[in-house]
Design a binder for this molecule. Structure first.
Ligand code: UDP
Ligand code: MN
Length: 296
């Protein structure tokens, strides 16, 4: 599947003249390797939607709801219907060990949900780790033929505002809301050289959040495959990276630069007060009682 075409200007659409001189000055909106960092005010939502819509794309969205995390599905799906890729074809893939507890949510036209049964686990670290493997195998079996782009998201989250076609790219990562004001030596990367996720103190670009990975299906496929292999290699050496797949994701993205970076607007945390540079919170992790939802 490769129906991703050039960006063709929509006919008869009038939009505000882009400026070379006036724009966001309080934040950086491009990485040193020239990938956009997507902030409110750096894109015209109507224009980008009108460019992407004629491509007739399908966006896959994977979400894991294992054990008690099924309780987050309803809000996740209901808010996604309001804000996530509205007007596009969306296919949700819900991975759960409790298929009967998946709520029935009314989906808009062009949107579809499949439930895929996966084993439960007594260790949340393992659930977190197995996401890469399950996404990889589901891309092989199914998603590769059914979608153009994919976003893999944490279920303990809600959408609050538009998350649209401005987020599409070859390899898309999000800046973690907790560390973007810190220097790289303070990032919680894996610091033990024995792990394949190791990042030395004087390396690293941003600290990316593990709650979202996205991009072309094939690029995310390669990412999940590499991270899974490295995770298993570490396990063979009895080592588990500090933040499991988030650590492996950060190592992968240091070597394979994302083509688009989403600002923390696209991954906030409900316990964190909004900062002045964040004009809109689009997606955030809800406050949860770990003792209550995790198996151990
Ligand atoms: N998860 C799950 N069941 C669990 C633990 C985790 O389904 O018992 C999935 C779920 O999709 C969750 C993701 O793994 O959003 C990441 O785990 P969690 O949200 O607990 O990590 P955090 O965001 O708190 O670091
Ligand atoms: Mn989470």
């Amino acid at each position: 599947r490769s129906r991703v075409r050039n960006m063709v200007s929509p006919e008869k659409l009038l939009y505000k003249q882009p400026s070379v001189l006036v724009g966001r000055t309080d934040v950086v909106s491009v990485t040193p390797w020239l990938a956009p960092i997507v902030w409110e005010g750096t894109f015209d939502p109507v224009l980008v939607d009108n460019i992407y819509k004629p491509m007739n794309l399908t966006v896959a969205t994977t979400v894991f709801a294992i054990g008690k995390y099924v309780r987050f599905l309803q809000d996740f799906l209901e808010t996604a219907e309001k804000h996530f890729m509205v007007g596009f074809h969306v296919r949700y893939y819900v991975f759960t060990d409790r298929p009967h507890d998946v709520p029935s949510v009314n989906l808009s036209q062009g949107r579809h949900l499949s439930v895929i049964q996966v084993p439960g686990s007594n260790r949340w670290q393992e659930i977190s780790a197995r996401r890469m493997e399950i996404i990889q195998t589901t891309i092989e079996r199914q998603i590769r033929r059914e979608a153009d782009y994919i976003f893999c998201l944490d279920v303990d989250s809600k959408f609050h505002a538009r998350w649209g076609s401005e987020s599409l790219g070859r390899l898309v990562a999000v800046i973690h809301p907790g560390y973007y004001e810190q220097t790289r030596d303070r990032f919680p990367y894996e610091r033990r050289p024995a792990s394949t996720a190791y990042i030395p103190m004087d390396e690293g670009d941003y600290y990316y959040g593990g709650a979202m990975i996205g991009g072309f299906v094939e690029d995310v496929y390669t990412l999940t495959k590499v991270c899974r292999t490295r995770f298993e290699e570490d396990a063979g050496n009895s080592i588990e990276a500090a933040w499991q797949e988030e650590s492996h994701l950060n190592r992968y993205l240091l070597d394979n630069k994302p083509s688009k970076v989403l600002s923390p607007e696209y991954l906030w945390q409900d316990f964190k007060a909004k900062t002045k540079e964040v004009k809109v919170i689009r997606f955030s992790g809800v406050i949860k009682n770990y003792a209550d939802v995790r198996p151990n």
